[in-house]
Design a protein around this ligand. Structure first.
Ligand code: ATP
Length: 433
């Protein structure tokens, strides 16, 4: 069923209106398939990336992080196979000139106008640019189409400097660029996007066991952060779908408004990448195990997620239209603003009291101060952007130092001492799974 409240139009409109996501270069008419994250979107996406990093790097003793550069030696992309074969099959309609990915359409007629299609051509998805002042083939470099290769070429540096023993992983978050033939569905498929990738190095023979573990682990990450189980599934690739070097691949799919689509791919890439780079660079990329005195090229399990697709899924899944409000039931850890502060009235010292409470909260959380409009409207404005808590300062605060703490999801309100708000919120955050 999916989330029946939400459509892509509603999401795009909410994102624009409240400052989550804007069309890139909008004042110039926009740049197709590029999007800018506004104040709330920047916070939300940061939180998604932070939760990922916490789960896969900070929370594990067998993982370390990396931040490699976007431009890499051109031979990297020859070794990885991207120069020869990182392409999508493309067809054009001879009549309306629309362009399609051949594997995304059925039949041999144009889905837009029924016109005749050209034959299939392969289109390389890598963006090219030039390094230095001379624009020739010698100076061609590529914007990386995935972050993974930055990890593979640093395998030895990281393993030796961090003294990691197989099995271990390297994780990285960063921009990637693909000249997609048919971008679309808002931020789902864009030409510039951010990936969150892990390359997990294991002893050959233990690879399928680790593949299964990562499949489950990555699915659970989305569930823990609040995506409804029924809107998530794992889809194993058929043999014909597998890249020639992959032994197995499984996608975490989410039921987006346009249907089930890939959020993240988990692949068993065998020893393909390290072997290729060893051959091309002439460097020895074997691993030597002191414990067992064995020497081998590790196999690699790759969970590869998109930060933008993840962010879009968290938005879509949390969206709800309830009696008299639109609300984002975002996990509090992901919510851009954690707590709203509302002085009931401006007079009688309420404003100053509220400002003091806000400055205490601001040390720990992103806050939003709102003194305008009826209290109901102020609550609803925060509900719509997913703020999990609201603190209201009223007459009673002036009398006995208590405030109202309102919960976004249950709309329950309790009174607590103004000195206890920071502690209460920290307890609620620490109880999250
Ligand atoms: P698709 O089949 O949708 O083109 P893919 O299988 O080529 O995706 P991968 O190469 O496995 O994608 O990339 C890993 C992850 O990076 C994807 O699961 C997705 O979250 C993200 N990603 C890939 N391409 C894009 C894109 N054009 N826009 C946004 N995110 C992307």
């Amino acid at each position: 069923m999916g989330n029946t409240d939400v459509t892509m139009e509603k999401l795009v409109s909410l994102c624009k209106r409240r400052g989550f996501i804007f069309q890139s270069s909008e004042i110039y008419g926009g740049l197709n398939s590029c999007w800018d994250y506004g104040p709330l979107g920047a916070e939300l996406k940061r939180n998604v990336k932070e939760q990922w990093w916490k789960a896969v790097v900070q929370g594990r003793e067998d993982m370390v992080g990396l931040d490699a550069s976007i431009l890499m030696h051109p031979q990297v992309w020859e070794a990885s196979g991207h120069v020869d074969s990182f392409s999508d099959p493309m067809v054009d309609c001879k009549k309306c000139k629309h362009r399609f990915r051949a594997d995304h359409i059925q039949g041999d007629k144009c889905p837009e106008c029924g016109g005749e299609l050209t034959g299939v051509r392969q289109f390389n998805l890598m963006f090219k640019t030039f390094m230095g002042p001379v624009e020739d083939s010698q100076s061609t470099v590529y914007l990386r189409p995935e972050t993974a290769q930055g990890i593979f070429v640093n395998f030895k540096n990281v393993q030796a400097s961090a003294r990691m023993k197989v099995p271990f992983g390297i994780a990285q978050i960063g921009k990637a660029f693909r000249n997609e033939i048919t971008p679309g569905n808002f931020t789902f498929r864009t030409r510039e996007f951010e990936q969150m990738e892990i390359e997990f190095f294991v002893k050959p023979g233990t690879d399928m066991e680790w593949f299964e573990r990562w499949r489950e682990e990555r699915l659970q990450w989305y569930v823990k952060l609040g995506i409804k189980k029924e809107n998530l599934r794992l889809r194993d690739h058929e043999k014909e779908e597998l890249a020639h070097y992959a032994r197995a691949c499984s996608d975490v799919e989410y039921l987006f408004p346009m249907g089930w689509s890939e959020l993240e791919g988990i692949a068993n890439r065998t020893d393909f990448d390290l072997t290729q780079h060893a051959k091309k660079s002439g460097k020895d990329l074997h691993y030597f195990s002191e414990d067992t005195q064995e020497r081998y090229i590790p196999f690699v399990i790759e969970p590869s997620a998109g930060a933008d697709r993840g962010t879009l899924a968290f938005l879509a899944d949390s969206y709800a239209e309830e009696e008299d409000r639109v609300v984002l039931h975002l996990d509090p850890r992901l919510a851009p603003i954690k707590v709203g502060i509302f002085p009931l009235m401006k007079k009688g010292g309420m404003l100053e009291r509220a400002k003091n409470i806000e400055s205490a909260l601001r040390k720990h959380y992103n806050t939003f101060f709102d003194e305008k409009g009826s209290i109901g409207r102020r609550y609803r404005r925060q509900d719509e952007i997913g703020t999990p808590y609201g603190v209201t300062i009223d007459h009673e605060t002036l009398e006995n130092g208590t405030v109202t703490l309102r919960d976004r999801d249950s709309m329950e309100q309790i009174r607590i001492s103004e000195d206890k708000v920071v502690e209460e919120l920290s307890q609620r955050f620490s109880r999250l799974p």
